[in-house]
Design a protein around this ligand. Sequence first.
Ligand SMILES: Cc1cc2nc3c(=O)[nH]c(=O)nc-3n(C[C@H](O)[C@H](O)[C@H](O)COP(=O)(O)OP(=O)(O)OC[C@H]3O[C@@H](n4cnc5c(N)ncnc54)[C@H](O)[C@@H]3O)c2cc1C
Ligand SMILES: *[C@@H]1O[C@H](CO)[C@@H](O)[C@H](O)[C@H]1NC(C)=O
Ligand SMILES: *[C@@H]1O[C@H](CO)[C@@H](O)[C@H](O)[C@H]1NC(C)=O
Ligand SMILES: *[C@@H]1O[C@H](CO)[C@@H](O)[C@H](O)[C@H]1NC(C)=O
Ligand SMILES: *[C@@H]1O[C@H](CO)[C@@H](O)[C@H](O)[C@H]1NC(C)=O
Length: 495
Amino acid sequence: MTLLAKFQLLVLALTSGLAVADFRSDLTGTNTLFPNSDGYASASQAYNRRFSRQPAAIAFPSTPQDVSAIVQAGAANGMKVVARGGGHSYIANGLGGENGTLVIDMSNMKAINIDSSANTVEIQTGNRLGDVATALNSAGRALPHGTCPYVGIGGHSAFGGYGFTSRQWGLALDPIYAIHAVFANGSTVTATDSTNSDLFWALRGAAPSFAITTSIELHTFPVPSHAIGFSYSWELDATAAGQAFLAYQNYSLSGPPSVMGSELNIGPGSSRGSISVSLVGGWYADESSNDGLDAALQPFLSQMPEPSSSEKLGNGTYIDSVVQFGGSLDTSAEPDTTDTFYAKSLMTTTGSPVSADAFNAFAKFLSEDGFDSETSWFMQIEQYGGPNSAINSVPSASTAFFRRDVLFTWQLYASSSNSQPPYPEDGFTFIDNVVKSVTDNMPADWDYGAYTNYPDDRLENWQQRYYGSNYDRLQQIKREVDPNNVFEFPQSIEL
Ligand SMILES: Cc1cc2nc3c(=O)[nH]c(=O)nc-3n(C[C@H](O)[C@H](O)[C@H](O)COP(=O)(O)OP(=O)(O)OC[C@H]3O[C@@H](n4cnc5c(N)ncnc54)[C@H](O)[C@@H]3O)c2cc1C
Ligand SMILES: *[C@@H]1O[C@H](CO)[C@@H](O)[C@H](O)[C@H]1NC(C)=O
Ligand SMILES: *[C@@H]1O[C@H](CO)[C@@H](O)[C@H](O)[C@H]1NC(C)=O
Ligand SMILES: *[C@@H]1O[C@H](CO)[C@@H](O)[C@H](O)[C@H]1NC(C)=O
Ligand SMILES: *[C@@H]1O[C@H](CO)[C@@H](O)[C@H](O)[C@H]1NC(C)=O
């Protein structure tokens, strides 16, 4: 071997080794798991086991300064960087979109500071919804958010955050008035309506494409003195189910009280040709009886056959209503569960509601193909709107969360039969056809959206479905604050 060849080999060995060594030494002092570390395998498992990803490293910061150092280490080494909050992304985006991503796991950043005189709270983004609800409740306060205690506030409030209090209080991102974050170049930033207002706009609806958020500050709400869950169940043939869906839409359009939120949960029936339908929701008011709730449900229930079962859920306290829907709020007590699934969503509007034909086709498809499906599935029609909904009182252009004219958000969800991998190919076709049963019975130019917190890796035209006419402004801001696309993952805002 010539001297030159030896020298070239030496340089090659040094530089390739150095890149890794540099990256590792850049992270010295931070609690970090590398692929050969104990605990890496379980820490890199996705909630949705349809995905398996191998991050370059999973770093666990304790402070915003740690987050800044980790982001800089990743960017300097040409890596994609993502944050992970509760890890519940439907498409595993908290692990990045490809192997070799640097993951910043926020789980050591769990401070919650309540200001009882200002009725505000600052929440670090490593918290989960169970932590948030418990801490706030002890101070007599609450926020709007989803039901699963293990979902992280980081991802949830980045993309929306819907629960049964949302018609009264808005989405989880709506009460946010300040966000503390780290840019792709490692600089820390505080964004509000008056400072860094473009960033503040973008973070409320599309945060992960722009920055790693370290904490959010929100206005809180007083816990209602009477909170009660409700559940009514039916087994319906396809015709009756189609009528029930239409009646629920008509009822929702009529504007039931905003202190109530509800959804229809749909599952397989006990025989081919039927499906199970239940109305589930919550009532949050300052009164001591259920009379107001019963009166508010009457216009819908009077259109329905006798339910096979009905119950009120909970002891009347706000926190018990949270427990009734989500189970124990203590997320340190048990390990999180996982699933293997594919889901799509539809956001259907108040302005062009779903036709009777579309509801009938949806009910018929589920009662036949749904009965035959090998998957384990559920469908939900979540009530966002009605004329008095707080979600819809925010104009579409005032935050990055565009879909403000929504009456219903539909979730169409199928798991492998045992919730383990592999996911069956016909699970994709089944969910595609559930959606088609609706869209094929609506005009070709029908405007509907998709929910960013139920991301769908196979969604066509996702830019429009998620972000509508907000997408251009999101791209402009992306080019300004992350020109090298450090925060890139599937369906991140493009340059
Ligand atoms: C069982 C279950 C129940 C659910 N129930 C509801 C519900 O009732 N209502 C509802 O609206 N949604 C619900 N969802 C959807 C849920 O809101 C989203 O999956 C949410 O994005 C999860 O957030 P996470 O922090 O747990 O997930 P992660 O996978 O950690 O994060 C999701 C996305 O946000 C990014 N991200 C997380 N933290 C940060 C941060 N600090 N800075 C920047 N980016 C960040 C991640 O990189 C990723 O792209 C549910 C999901 C599951 C699995
Ligand atoms: C990523 O890593 C996982 C786990 O090691 C592997 O199964 C998968 O094939 C890899 N994906 C790519 C695109 O290399
Ligand atoms: C639609 O709603 C109105 C007002 O709630 C009610 O009077 C009417 O009977 C409903 N119609 C159907 C078909 O459900
Ligand atoms: C109601 O339930 C909650 C939690 O589920 C419990 O902590 C509380 O003690 C109960 N209150 C009453 C009055 O039963
Ligand atoms: C980092 O990026 C932000 C957003 O573009 C910019 O405002 C800030 O000045 C940059 N910081 C440095 C040190 O370049």
